[in-house]
Design a protein around this ligand. Structure first.
Ligand SMILES: NC(=O)c1ccc[n+]([C@@H]2O[C@H](COP(=O)([O-])OP(=O)(O)OC[C@H]3O[C@@H](n4cnc5c(N)ncnc54)[C@H](OP(=O)(O)O)[C@@H]3O)[C@@H](O)[C@H]2O)c1
Length: 300
């Protein structure tokens, strides 16, 4: 096939058609729509998951939001319903197999199908060195961030296979690409999430199930704030400001700034994209510190 003979036809505002060499079909912006789709957003009660759930609802999807605290889920569902969207709160601890399976069954009972899964729920408590990390911390982080993502994907992919397709979006982190001192188990879990994307994308492609990753940099949420939450207010502010200054864009991102990438990967706009990763980090990965990192225990 020769690309030189193909045409991109772009519809102008006045409805006229403009022809340019280079592509095959007119791109239709409605491919970004999630109208008629059903979605699960894990960790949909606050932070990045709340923003994605609201963005999906605005794009037309019915959204099931799930996490451990029902009150927070109900609050987000109420906000979504207030702007005319559809939301369904489901309480579940996603580090536990029986709760993952119950959550998926509850959503199927309510929606009858699952077109989109966003594996966003994640945790990264306690800054500690590789020499001091213990089994309890490992299990808390790995059970949710890695086992939870793997088996929620598996349970939902079985549904999607029967339906004839679907989209899975995994929220990893720039920490899964370049480690951050003091959060090694979190780093390991997020590197694993990136491999879950690759492994699932490869095996599920024949079933029309696409699997992709978003790797956020620093985003202003409770999880990020937990780095300094134990410090007095002034120190908290200073720590967050220092992080912002190390970011090439000189600021920390907002949860809303992850939503565009999530809608792209969850919609038909990304129809030929699987096993890919979108980094949304204000340039964080471009930054090479000139000083050696200091492990948390050695800080003054
Ligand atoms: N913020 C950042 O700078 C940043 C950067 C890179 C990647 N990320 C990733 O983005 C994702 C969202 O993080 P966030 O910053 O929005 O964090 P967050 O504000 O702390 O939100 C975490 C969400 O996960 C839920 N959750 C926690 N433990 C759970 C469990 N065991 N079972 C089910 N749900 C659980 C929480 O609700 P409950 O407490 O009610 O369960 C909450 O809805 C995470 O995967 C995180 O690793 C964040």
């Amino acid at each position: 096939m020769s690309f030189s003979n193909l045409e991109i036809r772009t519809k102008c505002n006045n409805g006229a058609t403009d022809s340019t060499e280079g592509g095959a079909n007119m791109f239709d912006l409605s491919k970004f729509s999630l109208k008629g789709k059903t979605a699960i957003v894990t960790g949909g009660s606050r932070g990045i998951g709340k923003a994605i759930a609201q963005g999906f609802a605005k794009a037309g999807a019915k959204v099931a939001v799930t996490s451990r605290k029902l009150n927070d889920l109900e609050a987000n569902a109420a906000e979504i319903k207030a702007f005319g969207g559809e939301a369904f709160p489901v309480q579940a601890h996603l580090g536990k197999m029986e709760e993952i399976n119950r959550m998926v069954k509850t959503v199927m009972d309510e929606f009858g199908r699952i077109d989109i899964l966003v594996n966003n729920a994640g945790t990264g408590p306690a800054s500690t060195t590789v020499l001091n990390s213990d089994e309890r911390l490992w299990e808390t982080i790995i059970n949710l961030n890695l086992k939870g993502v793997y088996f929620t994907s598996q349970a939902v992919a079985k549904v999607m296979k029967t339906q004839g397709g679907g989209k899975i979006v995994n929220i990893a982190s720039v920490d899964g690409i370049k480690p951050e001192p003091g959060v090694s188990i979190y780093d390991v879990s997020k590197a694993g999430v990136r491999m879950i994307t690759s492994a699932f994308a490869l095996e599920l492609a024949p079933f029309n199930i696409r699997v992709n990753t978003i790797a956020p940099g620093p985003i202003s949420t409770k999880l990020l704030d937990s780095h300094w939450a134990h410090l007095p207010a002034e120190e908290f502010k200073k720590g967050k400001q220092e992080l912002a200054e190390k970011t090439p864009m000189r600021r920390i991102g907002e949860p809303d700034e992850i939503v565009g990438a999530a809608i792209y990967l969850a919609s038909d706009a990304s129809s030929f994209t699987t096993g890919a990763e979108i980094v949304v980090d204000g340039g964080t990965l471009l930054y090479v510190p000139l000083e050696a990192p200091v492990p948390p225990e050695e800080k003054q």
